[in-house]
Design a binder for this molecule. Structure first.
Ligand code: KG4
Ligand code: ZN
Length: 336
């Protein structure tokens, strides 16, 4: 059977819906929440309220613009976790209600697996096995992908995610949330060797970003004590230097994972995969190490329902449906 699936994503601060028909993503409707900008991070209570306000409209637009009726749907998919509990609850409850009303099955999707499976939305697509560096606001993982629904985390951050390091550094510099894209923008005009930040790597394939985040805070504090306009005068160079160190820490572990596993197909995923410096570093490494690299379109890097739809498609083909009493899980590990 060739399914038509409606997928809903609501794990953090994007309310998104997508229709996938016969394995092809038809659309990817996203309502981004702007309410968090001034707080320097996502405020969970405000996020769930915004999801509640947007979800009906986003789902309706996705079904309508696909030229479909709810009766055409074979299943409803949703992000079960990981994510913010209140945000997840909005998507899960909506999906459950809709599936029950239409008498069709539910499909639960792991948000981190979906980030990896975003690579199957458009060409070129990796073949198995491949390595995926998944870098977002909540996670930093090295994933060995054996098949669509068979993946293993072989390294991950022991504290903060790399996206959080970007966002916190931006906040320290007085920039709005999310700061990652702004740091990326300023970094493009800066000198990456102007300032140095510590490499706070962990042993093996694990990462740590809390140390460099704190080092950044102290660096800015000390510089401001000398010159109140330090950040203003040096913003591009600070961003370029900080970003370069984060990328170098990511690339160091990615190279190690490629060496240890012997896998030369390398992918990046998640919001930080939109970073122009990281995309460039991956392209350079592909030449140097003869890797085949896979970099998703920008719209499939940050949170979106198209990746949830793609994951749901493979689950549908393997009859992996969820029970009607399923609940969200804020800490849902890959492979559960
Ligand atoms: O995957 P995502 O949309 O949401 C989570 O699942 O967390 O990732 C959001 C993260 C934020 O930390 C944001 O600052 C970061 O991705 N981000 C970037 C860029 N675009 C988004 N970080 C650096 N450079 C970018 N261009
Ligand atoms: Zn995400």
């Amino acid at each position: 059977m060739h399914p038509v699936i409606l997928a809903i994503e609501s794990s953090c601060d994007e309310t998104s819906a997508s229709v996938i028909a016969h394995g092809k993503v038809i659309n990817n409707v996203i309502a981004s929440q702007t309410v968090h900008h001034k707080y320097g991070g996502v405020v969970p209570e405000l996020a769930s309220r915004a999801h509640q306000r947007h979800i009906l409209e986003v789902v309706k637009e996705s079904i309508d613009s696909a030229g479909m009726e709810p009766a055409n749907l074979s299943a409803i998919a949703f992000t079960r976790g990981p994510g913010l509990m209140g945000s997840l609850l909005v998507g899960v409850s909506f999906a459950k209600g809709m599936a029950l009303a239409l008498g069709i099955p539910l499909i639960e999707v792991n948000h981190m697996e979906a980030h990896v499976l975003a690579h199957f939305i458009a060409d070129p697509k990796p073949t198995f096995p491949f390595l995926c560096l998944t870098v977002s606001g909540g996670h930093t993982q090295l994933v060995k992908v054996r098949d669509y629904l068979d993946m293993e985390v072989i390294g991950e951050t022991q504290d903060d995610a790399v996206g959080e390091a970007f966002d916190k550094a931006a906040k320290i510099m007085g920039l709005p949330y999310p700061g990652g894209p702004l740091i990326d923008q300023f970094a493009q005009q800066g000198n990456s060797k102007a300032f140095s930040f510590p490499n706070t790597a962990m042993p093996g394939l694990n990462f740590s970003f809390s140390g460099i985040k704190t080092a950044f805070l102290y660096f800015i504090r000390d510089q401001l004590a000398e010159d109140l306009s330090f950040v203003e005068k040096n913003r591009n160079d600070i961003c370029a230097s900080f970003q370069a160190q984060l990328i170098s820490m990511l690339m160091q572990k990615l190279r190690r994972a490629a060496n240890e596993t012997g896998i030369k197909q390398i992918a990046i995923a998640g919001g930080v995969a939109a970073n122009s410096g990281l995309r460039e570093a991956i392209r350079a490494a592909s030449v140097k190490h003869r890797w085949e690299v896979y970099i998703p379109d920008f719209q499939y890097c940050t949170d979106n329902a198209a990746m949830i739809a793609m994951a749901a498609h493979y689950k549908f083909l393997q009859d992996k449906f969820a029970m009607q009493d399923i609940a969200p899980l804020a800490n849902l590990p890959i492979g559960v």
